[in-house]
Ligand binder design. Structure first.
Ligand code: SAM
Length: 442
C-alpha cells in the first residue's frame, strides 16, 4: 500500500431509528466491527444524547472508528480509519451495515499519508520513544466510557455507565430504562430523563414526605400520585400513625423495573399496608371523594408525557377538594434554575387555588437532577404551616429511622430561599424566561 492508512467515510441510510438511538447497541457494534476486522481495541467512549442521538469513538491501535447518529433520519455518519494493512476497514463497514440494518450505504475511501508525498525525518526517532515507566498495562482489557446524557439546549448532565443496559421496555406511556452507572449505582430513566438513582434517591424521597408529615402529625390517610419507583411510599410507611397509604401509578413497568433493579427503593411494594393502584392519577383524583386525604403527594416526573396532566390547575383543584380541612399538598415543583418559567407558572397556580399565604417552597440538593437545585411545593388547605413542627420529635425520628438527609435542621433550612428564588416566586407567568438570569424580561 503506498499510504500510511486507509480512511473510509461512510453514510448509512434507512437504518433502524431505534438502533440509531441505542447507545449500548451502537457501542457494542462499533467495538465488534473493529475486532472483526482484526483491530486491537484500546478504549471506547460513547454518549447518548436526550432526547435522541449517539456520538462515539472506538480507539484502536490502528487508529479509530467513529460515529454520529441521527435517529430522526435513520442515518449514521461513520468514519473508519485504519493504518497499516493488517486491518481491512471494509470488513468493519460490512459488519456495521448489518448491525444498523441500513438499507444501503455509500462510502469514500481516502488513502491517508501518501508515501510519495512524505519525507522521513532524519532526526533520532529513538529520542521520541516513550520510555517512562508505565503502570502495568493490562493488555487486552478495553476501557469503555459509555455515557447517559440528559440535556436541553443549554446544559447537560452525563453519567458514565457500564454500557450494559439493565432494563429497557416501552410502555403505552413512556420508555422505561435502567442503566448501571459507576458513580450513582442503578439509574432509572423515563423517556431519557433521570428519575432516580440508587445513590441519591433518598434526598428526594425523604424531603417530599417528612416535611409534611412533621407539620401535620395527626395525618391518618396519605395518597401518592406517581411515585412508581416506590421511594415516597417507603418513607411514608415508616409512620405507624398512617392508617392508609395509597399509591396511584399509571405505569406498572416502572414498578417492575424498580423491583428488579432499584430494590431498596421499591422495597414497600411488598408491604401489606400499601394500597397500590395501577391507574391514571388524573382519573383517580377526579373520582375520589371530598376530604378523603390528610396528605396528597404528587410525585410526578416532569410536565411531559403522562405526567403533563399532573401540572394543571384543574388537577390541583381536584387535589384541593380531596384534602381534609387541615390537609397538605406536596409536589415536586421542578428546578428554579432549570425550568424557571414552569416553576413560576405552577406556583402561580398553587396560590390561586390554596391562597398565596398557604403556599411555600422548599429546596433540596439533588446531584443527579439538572442543576442539582430541586424544589418542592407545600400547599396547606388549613392551618398547617411547614415551620410549625415538633423539632425534638423530628430529630428523634431522623435518628431512630437512620435517615440520610432529613433532620430537624434541614427541615427548617430548606425553606430559607435564595433571593433569585424569592424573585421567581413573586413573578407572574410570562415575566420570566428560562435563561439563567431570573431577570424579568418585561
Ligand atoms: N420519584 C422519582 C424521583 O425520585 O424523582 C420521580 C418521579 S416518579 C418515577 C414519576 C412517576 O409518575 C412515574 O412512575 C410515572 O409513570 C408516573 N406518572 C406519570 N403520569 C402519571 C399519571 N397521570 N398518573 C399516575 N402516575 C403517573
Amino acid at each position: 500500500m503506498n499510504a500510511l492508512g486507509r480512511h473510509i467515510l461512510v453514510e448509512f441510510y434507512n437504518c433502524s431509528p431505534e438502533l440509531m438511538n441505542d447507545v449500548v447497541h451502537i457501542e457494542n457494534s462499533m467495538v465488534a466491527a473493529a475486532e472483526t476486522a482484526g483491530a486491537t481495541v484500546i478504549n471506547s467512549t460513547f454518549h447518548h444524547f436526550s432526547p435522541y442521538g449517539v456520538s462515539g469513538v472506538v480507539v484502536i491501535q490502528e487508529s479509530h472508528l467513529a460515529i454520529h447518529t441521527w435517529p430522526e433520519y435513520g442515518y449514521a455518519a461513520v468514519d473508519l480509519f485504519t493504518c497499516g494493512d493488517s486491518v481491512d476497514p471494509w470488513v468493519s463497514y460490512n459488519y456495521l451495515k448489518d448491525a444498523f440494518e441500513a438499507s444501503h450505504g455509500s462510502a469514500m475511501e481516502c488513502r491517508r499519508g501518501q508515501l510519495n508525498l512524505l519525507k522521513r525525518n532524519d532526526f533520532n526517532l529513538e529520542s521520541l520513544r516513550d520510555v517512562s515507566p508505565r503502570p502495568e498495562e493490562k493488555i487486552g482489557t478495553i476501557t469503555r466510557d459509555v455515557w447517559f446524557t440528559e440535556r436541553d439546549e443549554n446544559i447537560a448532565l452525563s453519567l458514565k455507565h457500564t454500557g450494559d443496559q439493565l432494563y429497557k421496555k416501552d410502555s403505552p406511556y413512556q420508555r422505561v430504562e435502567v442503566y448501571e452507572t459507576f458513580a450513582y449505582g442503578n439509574l432509572l430513566t423515563l423517556d431519557g430523563m433521570v428519575m432516580c438513582t440508587q445513590k441519591d434517591e433518598y434526598v428526594y424521597h425523604e424531603m417530599i414526605t417528612h416535611v409534611p408529615m412533621f407539620s401535620n402529625p395527626k395525618a391518618k390517610r396519605a395518597l401518592v400520585i406517581g411515585g412508581g419507583d416506590g421511594g415516597t411510599v417507603r418513607e411514608l410507611l415508616r409512620y405507624e400513625q398512617l392508617e392508609e397509604v395509597t399509591l396511584v401509578e399509571i405505569d406498572e413497568l416502572v414498578i417492575e423495573a424498580c423491583k428488579l433493579h432499584l430494590p431498596e427503593t421499591a422495597v414497600s411494594f411488598a408491604n401489606p399496608r400499601l394500597n397500590l393502584l395501577i391507574e391514571d392519577g388524573i382519573k383517580y383524583i377526579k373520582e375520589c371523594e371530598n376530604e378523603r386525604y390528610d396528605l396528597i403527594i404528587v410525585d410526578s416526573a416532569d410536565p411531559v408525557g403522562p405526567g403533563e396532566g399532573l401540572f394543571t390547575a384543574e388537577f390541583y383543584s381536584e387535589v384541593y377538594r380531596c384534602l381534609t380541612k387541615d390537609g397538605i399538598m406536596i409536589t415536586q415543583s421542578e428546578s428554579p434554575r432549570f425550568n424557571s418559567a414552569v416553576f413560576v407558572e405552577i406556583y402561580d397556580t398553587y396560590k390561586k387555588i390554596f391562597g398565596a399565604e398557604k403556599v411555600h417552597c422548599y429546596l433540596a440538593a439533588i446531584p443527579t437532577y439538572p442543576t442539582g437545585t430541586w424544589s418542592f411545593s407545600y400547599s396547606s388547605k388549613g392551618e398547617a404551616h411547614p415551620l410549625k413542627f415538633d423539632v425534638n420529635a423530628a430529630a428523634a425520628f431522623s435518628k431512630a429511622q437512620g435517615l440520610k438527609y432529613y433532620n430537624e435542621d434541614i427541615h427548617m433550612a430548606a425553606f430559607a430561599l435564595p433571593n433569585f428564588v424569592k424573585e421567581l416566586l413573586n413573578s407572574k407567568p410570562g415575566e420570566v424566561t428560562d435563561e439563567y438570569s431570573a431577570e424579568p424580561t418585561a
